[in-house]
Design a protein around this ligand. Structure first.
Ligand code: DC
Length: 239
């Protein structure tokens, strides 16, 4: 148990603002941990995957051909992404050209296409430039696949999360089933394995652990246990 009180942690985290990156496989709880840490430290939280999902939504709505570079470049010029805090839930939500798409982008239809979209060079350049800008003033927790390797290679704390596939499938299934009871566990497993494969084998910024990242395998950890572990690493960096 951490015995240091929240006001003291706030003070330390503000006095020495750092960048915390959380990368890892799909559905291993990156965003849950990132949100908890950001709240505890009073840092900004950025879900970089939401950016790739929102771009995918735009491409699907506008029938953008993923083989056509020029079409992609023109489409990206039409996209504006912003995060705003939801006053009811206090959590950060993504807006695509002014529309809150936080709920829409969690659909399996988006999950089926997002890894292909995220593998496109122009898309990555577009997203990475914005992500780096968000970290200008530090005091940020960002989760994704290439945050510790490409977006913030000099981040003070890098965490690489992993968990057994069966556990990850079960977690994602529960999440999606609540929205769509017709979904099957096989669909969820296929999608997760396909995304892991594409994300870790793409040419540009593939998912991999940064050499200086701490590994956090949460297969047998509770949310609280993983939070405490991460807070231990953070305290070693800010105190
Ligand atoms: O974290 P997520 O499942 O919402 O991410 C959606 C997809 O976006 C994921 O399959 C890979 C891609 N992604 C990426 O390539 N780079 C990131 N930094 C974040 C996500």
């Amino acid at each position: 148990m951490l015995t240091i009180g929240t006001p003291f942690i706030f003070a330390l985290a503000m006095a020495k603002k750092i960048i915390i990156t959380i990368d890892g496989w799909s559905s291993c709880g990156k965003s849950t941990l990132a949100k908890q840490l950001a709240k505890k430290l009073n840092y900004i939280y950025v879900d970089s995957g939401a950016m790739y999902r929102a771009i995918t939504l735009y491409f699907l709505r506008n029938n953008i051909d993923l083989e056509e570079n020029e079409e992609i470049k023109q489409a990206l010029k039409q996209i504006s992404l912003e995060f705003h805090s939801n006053p009811n839930t206090q959590s950060s939500e993504i807006y695509l050209n002014g529309e809150n798409v936080e709920y829409l982008i969690r659909d399996l239809l988006i999950a089926e296409k997002v890894s292909d979209v995220a593998a496109i060079k122009e898309v990555r350049e577009f997203a990475v430039a914005q992500q780096q800008k968000m970290g200008d003033k530090k005091g940020i927790v960002m989760d994704g696949r290439d945050i510790g390797t490409t977006v913030f290679p000099d981040a003070e704390l890098k965490i690489f999360m992993t968990a057994d596939t069966a556990v990850r499938v079960e977690r994602r299934f529960k999440e999606l089933y609540a929205k769509n009871p017709n979904i099957t566990i096989e669909e969820v497993k296929d999608n997760l394995e396909m995304r892991d494969y594409i994300d870790s084998n793409r040419e540009i910024s593939p998912l991999r652990k940064a050499e200086d990242a701490y590994i956090l395998d949460n297969t047998h950890l509770t949310e609280n246990q993983q939070f405490e572990k991460a807070m231990g690493w953070i305290l070693s960096k800010i105190s």
